[in-house]
Design a protein around this ligand. Structure first.
Ligand SMILES: *Cc1c(COP(=O)(O)O)cnc(C)c1O
Length: 371
């Protein structure tokens, strides 16, 4: 059986380092907003080339608090894509805003800058200003940032990057998360850089945004017993930060391995039978997911499962068609590229611990599939 994730074998390779870091934190007696968090924030900021990094409780909170920190208020409108993970929208709603959507580019499956500009223009004509745009660097590939920044800049929308799947991915040589006003990262265990629990981070070059985030994550307190804004409790704890410091040192090697395995899939899979994963020219992807497309996707997935290969779908139901979003009144047909992709996409196993033989097995099976 080739499982979709395997966090146990990664742990085996780094167990002694991780145990030492946890032990060291336990002995320090300091678990919240301590030295280990501060160190990891500095290391992560340095890794990405951002000025500031603020650790929070999850990727969802990173998005929610970053939206609030850049000035999104209750009732504001925030635009994103329907082809994303549910938490992108949980965060927009969590900040009190109303989500708007634009379709994705049919090839890259990330935010289409032309459609973004059209929406912002239409809204501007109605006399409304969309407060923020949230492009998602889906599957670990950079979204088309130049066009997105230009469109957003023209209509005064702040850009917040959802980089929760894209630790270390590059857009034209620049790490994603550092291009917009702020970038949000998740350290959910199965992400490319994963904690042993929940965690998240916001990066920004804007000291004021960072300062606001430090208030928001800690009850809105400027110092103990002084509340200056309405805040929450959402902090990356020091045990997770210590673990993440250990793992960050391995991230580039893990990413290199993911890219090698992706290249192997590309060379082995028969491109006449399946559409291979897309890496746009402007993107250096980190392959959080390796997503192929096939018209008979459900049959292909069942066949792979029967032959010992676990796959997943990211994501089977577009966000605008989710029950929780029925009140937005967006029917089937609203976002054709997203809806077409949802019926064809299939995520194959890809993580650094897989062997070349594993990839060959998956590719050979797919090439022999007869729908
Ligand atoms: C994982 C993920 C999130 C949320 O991260 P959590 O840490 O699980 O809250 C948000 N957006 C995208 C695209 C994700 O993949």
């Amino acid at each position: 059986m080739i499982p979709f994730f395997d966090l146990k074998s990664q742990y085996k390779g780094i167990a002694s380092e991780v145990k030492a870091a946890i032990e060291d934190t336990l002995e320090s007696g300091w678990f919240i907003l301590g030295e280990r968090l501060k160190s990891f924030e500095e290391e992560f900021a340095l890794y990405l080339g951002a000025r500031c990094a603020v650790g929070v409780g999850s990727g969802t909170d990173a998005l929610t608090l970053a939206l609030r920190a850049v000035g999104v208020e209750a009732g504001d409108e925030v635009v994103t894509v329907a082809n994303t993970a549910i938490p992108t929208i949980s965060a927009i709603k969590g900040a009190g805003a109303k989500p708007l959507f634009v379709d994705v580019d049919p090839e890259t499956l990330t935010m289409d800058p032309v459609l973004l500009e059209e929406l912002l223009e239409r809204k501007a004509k109605e006399g409304a200003r969309v407060k923020a745009a949230v492009p998602v660097h889906l599957y670990g590939q950079a979204a088309d940032m130049d066009g997105i920044m230009k469109a957003a800049g023209k209509y005064g929308a702040v850009v917040l990057e959802d980089a929760c799947q894209a630790h270390g991915a590059e857009y034209k040589g620049k790490k994603v998360g550092t291009i917009g006003k702020a970038g949000a990262f998740s350290f959910y265990p199965s992400k490319n850089l994963g904690a042993y629990g929940d965690g998240g981070m916001v990066v920004t070059d804007d000291e004021q945004v960072a300062e606001k985030l430090r208030l928001l994550r800690n009850y809105g307190q400027s110092d103990r017993y002084h509340s200056v804004v309405d805040g929450v409790n959402s902090r990356l704890d020091d045990i997770q930060a210590a673990v993440l410091s250990v793992k960050l040192k391995h991230l580039d090697a893990w990413t290199k391995r993911r890219r090698e395995l992706a290249a192997l899939y590309c060379s082995l899979l028969d491109a006449d039978r399946v559409k291979l994963a897309v890496e746009p020219k402007y993107s250096k992807g980190v392959y959080h997911l390796y997503v192929i497309r096939h018209r008979e996707r459900d049959a292909l997935q069942a066949y792979l499962q029967d032959n010992g290969v676990e796959t997943l779908i990211h994501y089977p139901i577009p966000i605008h068609l989710q029950e929780a979003n029925s009140s937005l009144g967006l029917a089937v047909g609203s976002f054709p590229a997203t809806e077409l992709a949802a019926g064809e996409i299939l995520s194959l196993p890809i993580y650094p611990e897989l062997t070349e033989a594993d990839i060959e097995k998956v590719a050979t099976l797919i090439n022999a599939f007869d729908a």
